[in-house]
Design a protein around this ligand. Structure first.
Ligand code: CAO
Length: 440
């Protein structure tokens, strides 16, 4: 094991930045990207991640200290199996996470805490005013606590020094909401408070265990998925689209497309069909506003798609998907999923989605219940297509059927509309010439 110094990455012009939390101690095992320290400037908080896997030999700084770019913060005994990792320390080893709208630009290797992002990998909390949350005067611990409870810090009155919000303020805020019975009203963006907590036993009483911190993407996406799950009344509509003709055409076109560097998978056609269906059902391309009383119709159409990456689930966004034909959609899919896997997506490439498609078709399964990427109103899950016997005109015929799972927010979309949307989508997928039409 080689022993190497871990240095503070480029802080983008900030000097003498306060260390407000030290998250590891000598002897701790860390993975690449494990947060080691939390720093706080006046405008944002950020983690300093470990650039490689290994064991912390020595800490060179302490809580309350000040650091600048290049300050040595710890000695790491780097795993022998990861010799190149330290050399790559200056480059981002995990996907850059978008910064808060009010925060200054962050270097990619220094990542804001979950408190700050405006939109990241999978799902956005539906009610938290992200800009206000990011600007709130509170420590990362309090921010994390607020996130866990789904509390919008911009609405909490701080009683600490210079109005700083302390943990007690968050608790008092939740208590006041509960007392007022307002925890889950409005846009349904309350905390989900009142939910019984899952009891976590001491697992060591049952056998040996190993504790590993969740990766950064999961730490951000988890609370957002949870917020959507508990605050949006999800209904999932299942359907099947007959893509026999589409598959036949795709197989014909595939090689020609490959010669032009485009991998024409079924998903590109699904995206094109989704665009055409959203154009028929504009209220699916909308969001509730913060009051929960108005629907914001979007005159643009950016499509998100779930990408499975080594760092976790990310949702790149294809901008102006309605202006792209199926080849352009296939190209955008390939470029953005490659960037997602390499951890190179920028913040804007994960923002502004109107509707998300989550395809597990390349992996398997017959159906699933995708969680809506709030504040979007619906998400389409796609599973693996299969040849099935379909009864038609008195006989069974073999048809290639694609399973569709449409989850929608029942506050806005009625069951009848959900069924109409998925029926229309299936019809679009059967209309091969329509899908291949040039885009105006
Ligand atoms: N039915 C049958 N086969 C399918 C299919 C489907 N619905 N969808 C894709 N395939 C096939 C493709 O044709 C391809 O086959 P070949 O390699 O033989 O040509 C293979 O499966 C792999 O496809 P792919 O995954 O490379 O490409 P894609 O365009 O379908 O998907 C991407 C791209 C980025 C969406 C995908 O790689 C991915 O990450 N999927 C996971 C998404 C996810 O995690 N969702 C869950 C989120 S909720 O937790």
């Amino acid at each position: 094991m080689a022993s190497r110094e871990i240095l503070v990455p480029d802080l983008g012009g900030f000097k003498d930045v306060a260390i407000i939390d030290v998250l590891v101690k000598p002897g701790d095992r860390v993975e690449a990207d494990t947060p080691l320290l939390t720093l706080e400037t006046e405008k944002a908080t950020m983690d300093v991640p470990s650039p490689a896997a290994g064991v912390i030999e020595k800490l060179l700084v302490q809580k309350g200290g000040l650091v600048s770019t290049g300050t040595a913060v710890a000695l790491l005994a780097v795993d022998a199996s990861a010799p190149s990792a330290m050399a790559a320390a200056a480059a981002p080893t995990v996907p850059a996470v978008p910064t808060a709208p009010t925060a200054p630009p962050m270097p990619a290797a220094v990542k804001p805490l979950p408190a700050a992002p405006a939109a990241a990998s999978a799902v956005q909390a539906s009610s938290i005013n992200e800009a206000g949350f990011a600007a709130a005067h509170a420590s990362p611990g309090v921010r994390r606590f607020a996130r866990e409870l789904g509390v919008d810090l911009s609405r909490v009155r701080g009683t600490g020094l210079k109005g700083r919000i302390v943990e007690g303020d968050v608790k008092a805020h939740v208590k006041s909401l509960l007392t007022a019975g307002a925890g889950t009203t409005g846009t349904g963006t309350g905390s989900g408070s009142g939910l019984p907590r899952v009891q976590i036993p001491d697992f060591t009483q049952f056998g040996a265990v190993e504790v590993k911190p969740l990766g950064r993407v999961k730490r951000i996406s988890g609370p957002r998925l949870h917020a959507s799950w508990v605050n949006l009344p999800h209904v999932t509509q299942f359907d099947e689209a007959d893509i026999t003709d589409l598959e036949a055409m795709r197989v014909k076109l595939k090689d020609r497309a490959a010669a032009q560097g485009v991998k024409l998978t079924p998903l590109a056609f699904v995206l094109r069909a989704v665009v055409r269906t959203l154009q028929q059902f504009p209220h699916f391309n909308a969001s509730l506003d913060a009051s929960g009383e108005n629907l914001v119709f979007k005159k643009y159409l950016h499509l998100g798609f779930a990408a499975d990456t080594p760092n976790g689930l990310l949702v790149p966004v294809i901008r102006d998907a309605d202006k792209k034909d199926v080849y352009e959609l296939a190209r955008a899919l390939a470029v953005l999923s490659e960037k997602a896997r390499a951890g190179k997506l920028s913040g804007p490439e994960m923002q502004g989605g109107c509707f998300t498609v989550s395809s597990l078709g390349g992996i398997g399964g017959t159906a699933f219940t995708p969680i809506i990427n709030a504040p979007e109103l619906a998400i389409l899950g796609v599973s693996r297509s299969q040849m099935k016997p379909v009864y038609r005109d008195g006989v069974f015929v073999p048809r290639m059927m694609l399973p569709l799972s449409l989850s929608y927010d029942h506050r806005v979309i009625d069951g009848a509309d959900g069924a109409r949307f998925s029926t229309a989508l299936a019809a679009q997928l059967a209309d091969v010439p329509g899908l291949l039409e040039a885009v105006p």
